[in-house]
Design a protein around this ligand. Structure first.
Ligand code: FAD
Length: 455
């Protein structure tokens, strides 16, 4: 196979790297593309795009390959694979970074922290910048510095026709609006330019764990604690078992527990003050909050969600954290069969809520919490285990029904693809996205994603 103007690698089924190249983070996904076009730069992306359109091929776009629905791979089509495009260039004086479309958050943190700078990224360093940003981008820094999309200044985009455009507040502003939350529906982003902020390099960060039996009490305390917390304090609650990480005493591994993971985006002494009441609450099993390099904190959870395990997610935003919601969470969080299964709840608000709703396509700025229910099992575990974990996740979401307030598009799994995309955006934003889609991708060439139909 040959693609005119393409200088990257073309990987087909007869190639020894084919199985590694088609694998995505979620090992439950097993798709066999006709060709994987591993691009070396923007010119390769444009050439691959033109080839795909000329040959009427199904198109999947791969950034970090982390989406749980496995949309970075497709059967019998072409994968426009940006995984070799991971460069990050920092302008420390201007406090911006240009990031290639296949970079991972660990790449960004590594380069920006050399200058004591950072921008809001995800909580696992092997997640892709592209998919995470295009869906909105939530993380520990968001309450202080906004979502990833709130820090996006410009993007270079290869269009559905194989052309190259720049999107920013001044250039193609309709496209720029849609890229900030509308996912991979509008083009292939070959580079992003982000605003950076002084963070760390040492921050007060880490988790505090309590026994599962304490969940309702801890969450009631945590609700009030976070309501009064400064924007600098980002927290994520993890409910499941204690992950078997080397920093945690072995005797606690896999014990049912909840953790409040914290990261204070400010001076360490101020961070110590901000978390004092939390770590004094009840009887923690283990308290790992300490002055920590920001890059170490950002990769601390990496090994608890490795590539290749099997995953199935359900998610919802929560308007608030009522006593009823807390009781439901406490009742369901520990009833899964797999010790690797967990749920993660993000505290939203702060700078996220201060951006007007219609400024970007990201929807749900007023929600207080965002919970993702992550069923996990090993590749060699039985079909029964998969069915049980999947049913657990569905049941947990069902039980949260009275408390639901929309959903974050990046947490939708494959069986939510069509049915919940409208829920993620709401009618008004969905309609506006459909208009931009009709302008930039009227044939819906980009449909291996959380699809917006051209309207
Ligand atoms: C372990 C883990 C932790 C996570 N933590 C967070 C978190 O803290 N915060 C958060 O907000 N989300 C988080 N997520 C969700 C994450 O935002 C999504 O899974 C996201 O899709 C991952 O992006 P990716 O580039 O790795 O994915 P991919 O699977 O490569 O891409 C997903 C989709 O994005 C589009 N896409 C990818 N690259 C491009 C590109 N260059 N141009 C145009 N479209 C593109 C395509 O439509 C593709 O189908 C997490 C996911 C995982 C698995």
């Amino acid at each position: 196979m040959k693609i005119d103007g393409f200088r990257g690698r073309l990987i087909t089924a007869d190639h020894t790297d084919y199985d590694t190249a088609r694998a995505v983070w979620n090992g439950a996904v097993d798709r066999r593309p006709r060709v994987i076009a591993r691009c070396g730069g923007t010119a390769d992306v444009a050439a691959a795009m033109r080839f795909a359109r000329d040959h009427d091929l199904e198109i999947a776009v791969r950034g970090g390959g982390h989406n749980v629905a496995g949309t970075a791979a497709c059967d019998d089509g072409i994968v426009i694979d940006l995984s070799a495009m991971r460069a990050v260039w920092v302008d420390p004086a201007g406090r911006t970074a240009r990031v290639q479309g296949g970079a991972l958050w660990g790449d960004v943190d590594h380069e920006t922290q050399t200058h004591g700078l950072a921008t809001t990224g995800g909580i696992v360093s092997h997640t892709g910048v592209a998919g995470l940003t295009l869906g909105g981008g939530i993380g520990f820094l968001m309450r202080k510095h906004g979502l990833a999309v709130d820090n996006l200044l410009a993007a270079e985009v290869v269009t559905a026709e194989g052309g190259i455009v720049r999107a920013s507040a001044d250039e193609h502003p309709d496209l720029f609006w849609a890229l900030r939350g509308g996912g991979g529906n509008f083009g292939v982003v070959t580079s992003f330019r982000f605003a950076l902020h002084p963070v760390g390099p040492t921050v007060m960060a880490g988790p505090v764990f309590w026994a599962a039996d304490d969940t309702a009490d801890v969450l009631r305390f945590y609700r009030d604690f976070t309501a009064a917390a400064p924007d600098e304090l980002g927290t994520v609650v993890r409910l499941g078992t204690v992950p078997p990480l080397p920093v945690i005493p072995e005797g606690l591994h896999y014990r049912p527990a909840l953790a409040v993971a914290c990261c204070y985006a400010g001076a360490v002494e101020d961070g110590e003050r901000a978390v004092r009441a939390l770590r004094r609450f009840g009887t923690p099993l283990v308290d790992l909050l300490a002055p920590t390099p920001y890059v170490a904190h950002q990769s601390g959870l990496d090994d608890s969600v490795p590539h290749g395990w099997h995953y199935y997610w359900k998610a919802t935003n929560l308007a608030g954290l009522s006593d009823g919601a807390i009781d439901t969470i406490a009742d369901h969080a520990y009833t899964a069969g797999s010790p690797r299964t967990y749920a993660a709840m993000f505290h939203m608000g702060g700078a996220v809520a201060r951006v007007p709703d219609d400024a970007t396509a990201y929807t749900g700025r007023d929600v207080e919490r965002n919970i993702v229910i992550d069923a996990v099992w090993l590749p060699d575990e039985s079909g029964e285990r998969a069915a049980a974990e999947t049913a657990w996740a569905r049941g947990f979401l069902e039980a949260l029904q009275p408390h639901r307030a929309g959903v974050y598009v990046n947490f939708l799994d494959s069986d939510d693809d069509s049915s919940r995309v409208r829920e993620a955006y709401g009618d008004h934003t969905y309609r506006r996205l459909a208009e931009v889609k009709a302008k930039y991708d009227p044939d819906n060439a980009f449909h291996h994603n959380k699809n917006i139909h051209p309207g």
